[in-house]
Ligand binder design. Structure first.
Ligand code: TPP
Ligand code: SF4
Ligand code: MG
Length: 289
């Protein structure tokens, strides 16, 4: 695995692609939180969305299809001081990557996962994905809802949904998610509704259908059961809920990296100085009969 700190290049996305909104919001959120460039790692999936790390001045890695979370969690455990963001598409995360997706909530490493959901496989020219509507490109299966899955796994996670048509709202949510990670509180998942203007142009429809959950009666993001019901009721009514869907009531360092390493640095940040390691090595040898 190699990482690179390269100069950003111009996005190769189609003009108007929803992913531009995510790029701008990630940039703004990182700048507002004053995250140094050398402390930020962006792991991109495979798909149009997954090339995002090429367009930002950060340490970046292009992961295998559906395997970006395994790499992001590995990076966090190797050096917990880093701020780690995984970003990819709905095909990458909810089809080939579904196993990793489910386990990421349970593992609860303090990394941010952004899924740019355009309800299609954009890069491979518009086939149906797990979130596609019935009828799209001959799809007969009902769409998968990641937020319901996320809410059904009881772990100390931050869960939210944003819309590329509201970059300001997205920036605020990304700032909260990144702060959650940087405080070591665990996994943060943000699904962004990011229209693919070429194969599934949904801007107008989604602008009409999105509803800010925080404005709904009974909104309480610390109550999973209530939020599950609220989300389900909204999608059954044909709406697309956006906003913070879950934030744990308790503020504690629940991240996997703290459970495994405590306050020790990860292996990537551990000294490889010969003299001190030789002493430790000799001490260990002395314990073997
Ligand atoms: C192992 C493997 N299987 C299939 C592919 C082909 N492939 C490339 S991108 C992609 C799906 C992209 O869709 P999505 O993750 O939703 O990203 P988008 O392009 O919509 O942003 C697929 C199936 C691949 N690159 N690798
Ligand atoms: S094909 Fe769709 S997802 Fe890919 S860059 Fe173009 S608009 Fe964006
Ligand atoms: Mg997609």
């Amino acid at each position: 695995m190699t990482t690179q700190s390269a100069k950003p290049v111009q996005p190769i996305w189609c003009p108007g692609c929803g992913d531009f909104g995510v790029l701008a919001a990630v940039k703004r959120a990182a700048a507002n939180l004053k995250i140094p460039v050398h402390d930020l790692v962006l792991v991109g999936g495979i798909g149009c969305s997954g090339s995002i790390h090429n367009f930002l001045e950060v340490n970046g890695i292009h992961a295998l299809h559906g395997r970006l979370l395994a790499q992001a969690v590995g990076i966090k455990l190797a050096n917990p001081k880093l701020t780690v963001v995984a970003a990819g598409g709905d095909g990458d995360g909810y089809a080939i990557g579904m196993g990793h997706f489910m386990h990421a909530f349970k593992k609860n490493a303090s990394v941010l996962y952004i899924v740019m959901n355009n309800e299609t496989y954009g890069l491979t020219k518009g086939q149906a994905s797990p979130t596609s509507q019935v009828g799209f490109e001959g799809n007969v299966e009902p769409p998968f809802h990641s937020i319901l899955t996320a809410l059904s796994i009881p772990a100390s996670n931050f869960i939210a949904r944003t819309f590329s048509g509201d970059p300001k709202g997205m920036t605020a949510i990304l700032e909260e998610a990144l702060t959650f990670n940087r405080d070591g509180r665990g996994f943060a998942f943000v699904e962004d509704l990011s229209p693919c203007v070429t194969y599934n142009d949904t801007y107008k429809l989604w602008r009409e259908k999105t509803v800010d959950v925080s404005k709904l009666p009974g909104y309480d993001p610390t109550d999973r059961k209530a939020m599950f019901r609220l989300f389900l009721e909204q999608i059954e009514a044909g709406k697309m809920p956006v906003g913070v869907m879950h934030r744990p009531a308790e503020v504690s360092r629940e991240g996997l990296e703290t459970k495994l390493l405590g306050d020790r640095p990860g292996p990537a940040a551990t000294s490889t100085d010969l003299a001190s390691n030789r002493t430790r090595y000799e001490e260990l040898l002395a314990t073997v009969g």
